[in-house]
Unconditional design. Structure first.
Lengths: 315, 315
């Protein structure tokens, strides 16, 4: 049994072509080559917290993967959360534990950022005026970092809850290669940027339909449980294309679930990211379209990133 | 983080009053003091295998528990399965891993046997003629061992698939304190025993309604997925009392789920084991009754046994 800690995992990651690895996972999911049961979860109140168990396997693989990721209220730093978790790889013929990664939730953050880059690769307009980020936490930083490989623009407008959070963000991103403007008004992001990524745990919409201009792509990353929502559902109604990471999963969680419950979009209109990756469906077809990608976080991402780390750790 | 291997766990177990620990779990479940979401699972074909993820917490506890247990087809010893698994204990306020037990599925076997003893304690008739066991695998051995603490009879009739399996069983149980008769006919078990435990992975009924005499208690342990069935559903129809380890869980898996689907029993008739333990419902009221306990295996058992092992490992 191979046990890896966070430091070891961080050392291995640069050797992996993550975009490719995660793309292959989405393609497998859409081609029904992956078994990914519904997310198992524990939701805690008082103090609040969430635990997600995402698990499954790619058909034909000799491993199955169970990923546990948690977020708890941080009583020491209000407004932030304590993330943690681990990934477990098992032998598909015996159930033996092959490997455990004590990644403390890090690989979940990374595979989420990689999915954001993939959504932008296939759905963002040709020419990006600037990258808008709604949210200023860890995932906001990672999204920008991973977008670098698929987007040329190095201009970003970042929205946060308060000046302090934005100041920290700007400081942390010094040397990242991005020119960062900050704002407390999401409208400013929508006005100036045609690629927007939302990365908050908000339970009410932060972006509204009337703010969104033609030719904008939005990747919504924050909503992973039915209670969370970052986008006014009318944005999805207005969109020319609504893409799910997993249609099955987005029927019950994420932005799409809200829009479906409000009867603002039809299930039949939905496209899966893996269908675009594998070429069976088209991505963006013109620079005028409004496109939305709803990323709720799918076990295939965890399966793919953990397999890649495991393989690399043995080489 | 405390890591325990199977040997360490086996050394700790004798210090624990398991019957009490598991009874407390069932009582907590029935009194809604436990959070136990539906079982998460992976079912493999070719080669066949099952992985169950059972998880949750007792409200007010400072830990939550995720248990993974698997059974795979054993290509080396046909007819047997490879069991494996582990238990993970997490801090309920931070999501940090507090402890991992590499129990290889052992604690799942033990907490299952303890539940069998508890069912017999509350539901078996006063005077046991002999203990019938349908099945001759590991769980058959453990059920007899754990029944010792609640039942006086040391006579057992054991049914198995073939003479070889039964011979092995008899040899293994030398020195167990039981007089063991073996049979290839389940009718013989039903005829002579008034406490019967079924512990097979059968997908078709092994015991039939017309075989079951008045004053018999049956504990059905083997069926933990919807596809498995050990009892003819008419036995549940005929029974004076049908007890579930978890009513919610038995609606979709176990013997009760089959009887409900066939409209042979009513949901309203069901009693939960924890209701009997806590005294809010009565167990067996006369020696003439036929009673059935359907044990599908509930996360509260895993939570309770792992907490007890953890506590004992620190003392």
């Amino acid at each position: 049994m191979k046990i890896l800690n966070l430091e070891q995992i961080k050392n291995i990651l640069p050797d992996i072509d993550l975009i490719q690895v995660i793309e292959n996972g989405f393609a497998a999911l859409s081609q029904k080559r992956a078994v990914v049961p519904p997310v198992a979860e524990l939701l805690f109140k008082d103090p609040p917290g969430e635990v997600h168990i995402k698990y499954g396997y790619i058909i034909g693989d000799d491993l199955y993967v169970i990923k546990i990721a948690s977020g708890f209220y941080n009583s020491k730093e209000p407004g932030t959360s304590l993330n943690n978790g681990l990934m477990l790889l098992f032998n598909r013929k015996t159930g033996q534990v092959e490997s455990i990664f004590f990644d403390e939730g890090y690989l979940t953050n990374i595979r989420t950022a990689a999915a954001g880059a993939i959504a932008a690769k296939y759905l963002a307009p040709e020419k990006i005026t600037c990258i808008g980020i709604i949210g200023a936490g860890i995932q906001a930083r990672l999204q920008l970092e991973y977008l670098k490989s698929v987007v040329k623009s190095r201009d970003a407008v970042v929205w946060g809850l308060n000046e302090k959070e934005l100041e920290n963000f700007k400081n942390d991103m010094t040397g990242s290669g991005f020119n960062i403007k900050t704002t407390l008004d999401t409208g400013e992001v929508a006005e100036s940027c045609n690629l927007i990524v939302t990365v908050t745990p908000s339970r009410k919409p932060l972006l509204h339909s009337e703010q969104i201009k033609k030719g904008t792509h939005i990747t919504a990353v924050g909503s992973d449980i039915p209670e969370k929502q970052e986008l006014d559902s009318k944005i999805l109604q207005k969109a020319d294309m609504v893409v799910a990471d997993s249609i099955d999963q987005c029927l019950v969680r994420g932005e799409i679930s809200h829009a479906l419950r409000n009867n603002l979009i039809k299930k039949e209109k939905l496209i899966e990211l893996g269908e675009i990756i594998s070429g069976s469906k088209k991505g963006r077809t013109s620079d005028d379209e409004i496109t939305v990608a709803d990323l709720t976080g799918v076990a295939v991402q965890d399966i793919q990133i953990s397999k890649a780390v495991y393989k690399s750790s043995k080489s």
